[in-house]
Design a protein around this ligand. Structure first.
Ligand SMILES: [Zn+2]
Length: 493
């Protein structure tokens, strides 16, 4: 058995790790579900898949949120992290591991990596004055439009604060030519950023003008070096810099390493088997960290770069950003409780475009549910099984249609086009509906075996295609076909 595992192609997929300053929202549910489809699909291709998710637990914002609840940061992140773990359960996510950045296995790797970067002089001490955005937990270094007073963060629109301190800096600028090459040439040893527009966005960042506020507003083409530590007086909740207790390791330098530490360390057997990541799923807001700082750290450590970075968009609620003050936040737990795991998975994968922003409303949700799940799939399943007593499963007359669906489905899924891939399955479902309407097996008894037997076979194929997307439903269909039992898959709402 062990031999067989070793021969299988290894496939390493990660989500970003969720920041534990607030409970899970629908956007992270989307990321989990997308990554889960890819992981399950590759397991069905008989690959040895390692699927990682987890929580990012250090930083100012976490400490602040804990203080607001009058809890210690340890207790606070324990509670929030457990909620994210629970979310993986209710969404039926097939992750192999769940890492927390407060775990010992992670701290060990962060310290080890820091020492390696120090030995190479890729981190160095520098007195620094810079504009800092608390929302980003980062210094603002890109050119932004100027107005009087402190600069505003382009993401958070809030004024930055001036910070004067001595920090450890990372030589990001040394690696940017190699990163640019890796992103431009996305073949062997390159990073393929999906979709194309996100790739172009990063290539633009790599060539635009950056401002070094700490160096009398010196301007430079391409990224400047980034601060990799904070004063421990200001940031206590984090990993102390090895051999310098006055500094805490910057949250991103800490968090990004989870993709390594979950495998052990660069010397471990598991790491050697699974590195580099085949797919890293992230949201568009953290693309820069994953396509600049992260590859630069890997280049410094002489580790291979991730093969694909898949970037999803945001989910709006009735075309507005979800926010507590607007009262339009959609709770993924509540949604699953009301409509079921697979209904939520289906909506996220079918209605939300994989790499663009998408919108959630209860109306859209119910529309998708009733049209596609209750009427489309559910109805075909019920009417076929209802007529199946004594019928043997036979090859359908429309086998060609099924083969074509499989090809199109695979092509779309290989390119992360989840919605399109599901669309091909539903084309086959409606083809089957038309077929049964035309053949009317409930009237002409002599064609019942051919028509219903063929449709049972087609439903078996549909179940297989659905497996990465709706694993629970796929299992129900396969089992109920065997025992010819109808439990409605999706009751109308
Ligand atoms: Zn910001």
């Amino acid at each position: 058995m062990a031999k067989v595992e070793e021969m299988k192609k290894k496939f390493y997929i990660t989500t970003s790790i969720a920041y534990t300053n607030a409970p899970p929202h629908l956007g992270f549910a989307l990321e989990l579900v997308q990554a889960d489809v890819i992981a399950r699909y590759h397991r069905l291709l008989d690959e040895d898949v390692f699927f990682l998710t987890g929580t990012d637990e250090h930083g100012f914002k976490v400490a602040e949120a804990a203080e607001k609840e009058r809890k210690s940061p340890e207790v606070f992140v324990g509670k929030i992290s457990a909620q994210f773990r629970e979310l993986t359960k209710v969404l039926n996510i097939s992750n192999n591991d769940f890492i927390r950045t407060t775990e010992e296995r992670h701290l060990l790797v962060v310290r080890e990596v820091w020492k390696k970067l120090r030995e190479k002089n890729d981190v160095y001490l520098k007195h620094y004055t810079g504009w800092y955005c608390k929302g980003c937990e980062a210094f603002i270094t890109e050119k932004t439009e100027h107005e009087a007073g402190p600069p505003r963060c382009a993401v958070h629109r809030q004024r930055c604060e001036l910070i004067k301190e001595k920090n450890w800096f990372f030589k990001l600028s040394d690696y940017t030519p190699d990163i640019k090459r890796a992103i431009e040439n996305n073949g062997q040893d390159g990073i393929n950023i999906i979709p194309e527009e996100r790739k172009n966005e990063i290539l633009k960042v790599l060539t635009q003008e950056w401002i070094d506020f700490g160096d009398n507003l010196a301007k430079k083409t391409g990224p400047i070096d980034v601060s990799f530590s904070r004063s421990a007086e200001k940031l206590r909740w984090g990993i102390p810099v090895p051999d310098d207790n006055s500094q805490t390791i910057y949250v991103w330098a800490d968090a990004l390493l989870n993709y390594i530490s979950a495998l052990g360390s660069p010397e471990s057997k598991k790491f050697k088997e699974f590195w580099p990541p085949d797919v890293q799923c992230i949201g568009k807001d953290i693309l820069k960290f994953h396509s600049l700082i992260w590859p630069a750290m890997l280049l410094s450590l002489r580790l291979k770069l991730p093969k694909n970075i898949f970037v999803h968009g945001f989910i709006t609620s009735a075309d507005q950003k979800m926010s507590k003050s607007l009262g339009n936040v959609i709770d993924p737990f509540e949604l699953v409780e009301r409509y079921g795991t697979d209904a939520v998975r289906y909506f996220l994968l079918r209605e939300i475009p994989p790499t663009e922003d998408g919108d959630f409303t209860y109306e859209k949700f119910k529309q998708r549910y009733n049209a596609d799940l209750a009427n489309g799939l559910g109805n075909l399943f019920s009417r076929t099984v209802a007529l199946s007593e004594g019928v043997e499963i036979v090859n359908p007359k429309f086998q060609k249609e099924i083969e074509r669906t499989k090809d199109e489905y695979k092509k779309a899924l290989d390119n992360f086009k989840f919605s399109e891939s599901l669309g091909f399955i539903w084309d086959l479902i409606s083809f089957c509906d038309k077929y049964i309407d035309k053949e009317r097996p409930w009237e002409k008894r002599d064609n019942k075996n051919e028509v219903i037997g063929g449709l049972l076979s087609a439903l078996g194929e549909i179940a297989k295609l659905l497996e990465p997307f709706l694993p629970g439903t796929a299992k129900n269909i396969s089992e109920q076909i065997k025992i010819r039992e109808i439990k409605p898959l999706f009751p109308r709402i």
